[in-house]
Design a protein around this ligand. Structure first.
Ligand code: ADP
Ligand code: ASP
Ligand code: MG
Length: 431
């Protein structure tokens, strides 16, 4: 029998204030009225999580990891309870559950915990009573019974994991954008919406740091074949559908049910996938361009050198899941090691530094990475040529260049402006 459960996830900008919570409540009620059992996952309101991190850092330069998770988890609890209060007032029974109440068991890696399993007993009991269940995103609990958080943007992962274990029909990710675009539509206004995407393509885009979906939610979606639909909270346009490529077309038609198609305007800015006579059939197509400015270049120096030191540093970074990349041993005369890591891992890294590598001379630089993604782009030399041309014209310095089957990625020595993204998008996507 087809499942009648849907999971709806609303991000920070969607639940930012009471006015927006009313829009969200209305959306939830629309689904509920379709005789669907509705599980909602919410993020913290607006920039609450950023604010909590900032406040903790004002109290202690290197806040304790366990306590940080206790603090950060409060953001989602505020939004889930407000939403439940509102839905109850509107006459729809709703119950809010923390990660622990929802049975979300994780490992014990603070601020980057992985979901191990979910005991859905309580959620199912509440659904059975006809209630709308609202779960706090981004949080779970570990073996000790302590609160853990899943990493920045982790509410998407809560939603898709719940959709997988509940065998939900669809997992809808609602945000301020109505789908996945050829590049960040908030940076480049000519970006085009992608109607469908395979998990593989989306994973590349998310791994490069496009916020629209948390990378780990895509892995879960692929593993358990959860159809993920990204849509806007603030309009009813069709979103981007992410699922197994073979069933994409069939599902695309099925999805045009009442909720989906309201106010749908065919003129929407959607990427055209049909063959047209000017096409060269085997030409590679750039699917999406991601510019990530949340990357830190770290350099660590020490007077003496030993190869063991390199291994020790690398092992420590891996063990603590710092997300280190582009690791380089710059000298064999003295220790001079560089690597990059996401800005969100900086607090954790500084904790390690304090503990294990205090005597190192360590410097940090904010840099950007741009990735151009699309199947077969290595086979078309003109793409790389055009990219390098733009970089040269803008006199930018590349620290690391990566070219593979489906991606060209450049790491710069500084932060680069959106103008570069605009030029690349114009040349590679709009042409
Ligand atoms: P939420 O708070 O709802 O989880 P996020 O901020 O995490 O939302 O993700 C949505 C944001 O992702 C958008 O505001 C947009 O700026 C950004 N984004 C980056 N790249 C893309 C892309 N290729 N397509 C759509 N949105 C993108
Ligand atoms: N509130 C968390 C964050 O800001 C989780 C999320 O929004 O998905 O990262
Ligand atoms: Mg997000």
């Amino acid at each position: 029998m087809d499942s009648n459960i849907v999971v709806l996830k609303f991000g920070g900008s969607s639940v930012a204030d009471n006015l927006k919570l009313n829009v969200v409540a209305k959306k939830i009620i629309d689904f509920y009225k379709e005789n669907l059992r509705v599980v909602v996952v919410v993020s913290a309101q607006g920039k609450t999580t950023d604010g909590l991190i900032k406040e903790a850092k004002e109290l202690a330069n290197l806040p304790n990891d366990r306590e940080m998770d206790v603090l950060l988890s409060t953001g989602e609890q505020v939004s889930m309870s407000k939403l439940a209060i509102l839905l109850n007032r509107l006459g729809y029974e709703a119950v809010s559950l923390t990660g622990m109440q929802a049975g979300i068991k994780t490992n014990d890696l603070n601020q980057n915990a992985k979901i191990e399993n979910i005991d859905t007993t309580r959620i199912e009991e509440e659904l059975e009573k006809g209630k709308i269940v609202i779960v706090a995103g981004f949080q779970g609990y570990n073996e000790k019974g302590d609160i853990t958080t899943l990493g920045r943007g982790g509410s998407d992962t809560t939603a898709v994991a719940l959709a997988a274990v509940l065998n939900a029909k669809h997992c809808y990710i609602f945000s301020d954008v109505d789908g996945v675009y050829t590049t960040d539509p908030n940076k480049i206004t000519t970006a085009k919406k992608l109607e469908t995407l395979s998990y593989e393509e989306m994973l590349e885009i998310a791994n490069e740091g496009a916020k629209v979906l948390h990378n780990r939610c895509i892995e879960i979606g692929e593993k358990y074949n959860v159809p993920i639909v990204t849509k806007s909270t603030f309009n009813n346009k069709p979103g981007t559908i992410l699922q197994d490529e073979k069933i994409q077309n069939i599902e695309q038609n099925k999805l045009q049910n009442q909720i989906e198609s309201k106010l749908y305007n065919k003129q929407d800015n959607i990427e055209n996938k049909t063959y047209n006579k000017q096409d060269k059939i085997e030409d590679a197509r750039v699917k999406s361009i991601v510019k990530n400015d949340d990357i830190i270049y770290i350099n660590m120096k020490y007077d003496t050198y030993s190869p063991e030191m390199f291994y020790k540093i690398y092992a420590t970074l891996v063990k603590n899941q710092i997300g280190a990349n582009h690791l380089q041993n710059n000298s064999t005369h003295h220790t001079d090691i560089s690597f990059t890591c996401p800005a969100s891992a900086l607090n954790k890294f500084q904790n390690l530094l304090e503990k294990d590598f205090k005597s190192f001379d360590t410097t940090y630089t904010n840099i950007s990475r741009i990735a151009i993604i699309g199947h077969g782009i290595r086979n078309d030399d003109t793409i790389l040529e055009k990219v390098l041309n733009i970089i040269e014209l803008n006199q930018l310095e590349i620290y690391h260049l990566e070219v593979n089957e489906s991606k060209i990625a450049m790491l710069f020595t500084t932060k680069v402006s959106n103008t570069i993204l605009e030029q690349l998008h114009k040349e590679l996507v709009e042409e």
